[in-house]
Design a protein around this ligand. Structure first.
Ligand SMILES: Cc1ncc(COP(=O)(O)O)c(C=O)c1O
Length: 394
């Protein structure tokens, strides 16, 4: 028996994580600057980090916590959901990052025979969570080629035609990889379509504070809606692994299913991380908004670097930390372009094929401080100019 015969089909049929792929694509390249990784350059506030030793020494930090999260944190999050997100009937479960939150949702709601819906370009981790739980019937809906907004007409048609009705519709707002902010009327319309059809709507709000040019992020509430949130980007807590699920207090049975999944995946999110998250939450979201404001110059530098491609080729970026770029038509193999840019020009991007959109790339403008981002942007611009004038010469 070959070793592959001993491995799970659902794992074998799932693609390698794109973050592993981009490491492979840049293998052997020197001094590569990260415009591909979805990360921010900051840490949690200094005052919070200074409390960590004291928090670590508390007896409760080394003990198991409740499945739903530290009661003080759950209470503070419930209050935050009221005040900031206008979610008035939500229960909370704290998870080890919102990726785990999404997995909890999929395990609690979906059977392997269900169909689910994403819109391309989609968030690769959501796609992976479906594949890794054996859900292969993944319908990929279109987005506007100009704005990258999900096509609600298509959704309405598909949900009325397909029987059994798709179980779950997944959105990311502001978008990863698009950086597009879904306007409130469109979000409400999608929510209504899902409610009428009997599908769950799962909205990932990991970048809720990351909006630019005066645009606003909004949430929708409903018995059929599940909202996911994360501390990773807002408070620079990527390695601390704290996120949370906000789900309707009126959705019968859902809490019990979440408790079963939580017991089997994490038991509880790391207690020290939850305590740090609570300190961050008490800190004030103006701190986060200041951090986000510091990215405006990065975005400008990257937009300038993309100018050789023409404005029509650059999309999204009004929120989150991403710009979405269509490569010139002859470059269908986006991974090859990513490899070439890493090796020849020292910048790493993310291949669009892994988001269901070949011939495109995702660019992150959050992972570098301003001065470094300017250097990376200059490299990117030189690379794109060479791509357009001479092709992928080595
Ligand atoms: C849209 C989105 N959701 C979830 C995550 C993962 O967040 P966490 O670190 O909370 O698991 C990311 C990370 O890049 C993301 O972009």
């Amino acid at each position: 028996m070959g070793s592959h015969d001993k491995l799970a089909t659902r794992a074998l049929e799932t693609d390698v994580p794109v973050m592993v792929k981009i490491l492979e694509l840049s293998e052997g390249a020197k001094d590569v600057m990260p415009l591909g990784k979805g990360a921010v350059y900051w840490n949690p506030p200094d005052e919070v980090l200074e409390k960590v030793k004291e928090l670590a020494c508390e007896l409760s930090t080394s003990y198991y916590g409740t499945h739903e999260g530290l009661p003080e944190l759950v209470e503070a999050l419930t209050e935050k959901l009221h005040r900031e997100n206008k979610l008035y009937k939500s229960s909370v479960m704290v998870t080890s990052g919102s990726n785990q939150g999404f997995l909890n949702v999929v395990l609690a709601l979906c059977d392997v025979t269900d169909s689910v819906i994403l819109f391309a370009p989609y968030f690769f981790n959501a796609y992976m969570s479906f594949k890794m739980t054996g859900i292969n019937n993944i319908l990929v809906g279109p987005t506007s080629s100009r704005t990258l907004q999900p096509d609600a007409d298509w959704l309405e048609k598909i949900l009325s035609e397909i029987k059994p009705v798709p179980k779950l519709v997944s959105l990311v707002n502001p978008g990863n990889p698009s950086g597009t902010i879904i306007p409130e009327p469109l979000l409400k319309r999608i929510s209504d379509i899902c409610r009428k059809a009997g599908s769950w709507l799962v909205v990932d709000n990991a970048y809720e504070y990351f909006t630019y040019d005066g645009l606003k992020h909004t949430c929708v509430e409903g018995k059929h809606v599940i909202n996911l949130f994360s501390f990773s980007k807002a408070y620079g807590m990527m390695g601390w692994r704290v996120g949370y699920i906000a789900y309707s207090t009126e959705a019968e049975g859902l809490r019990t299913q979440f408790l079963k999944v939580q017991e089997n995946v994490a038991i509880c999110a790391s207690i020290i991380s939850q305590k740090v998250a609570l300190c961050c939450l008490r800190y004030d979201n103006e701190w986060v908004r200041n951090q986000v404001r510091s990215l405006v110059k990065n975005r400008k530098a990257v937009l300038e670097a993309l100018s050789p491609l023409g404005v029509e080729s650059v999309m999204g970026g009004e929120g989150a930390i991403y710009l979405w770029v269509k490569l010139p038509n002859k470059y269908k193999d986006d991974a090859e372009v990513v490899r070439w840019l890493a090796h020849r020009h020292g910048v790493m991007l993310l291949p669009g094929n892994d988001c269901g959109a070949p011939g495109c790339v995702r660019i992150t403008f959050g992972a570098l401080r301003e001065a470094e981002c300017e250097i990376a942007a200059k490299r990117l611009k030189r690379g794109l100019e060479e791509l357009l004038s001479h092709g992928m010469v080595w």
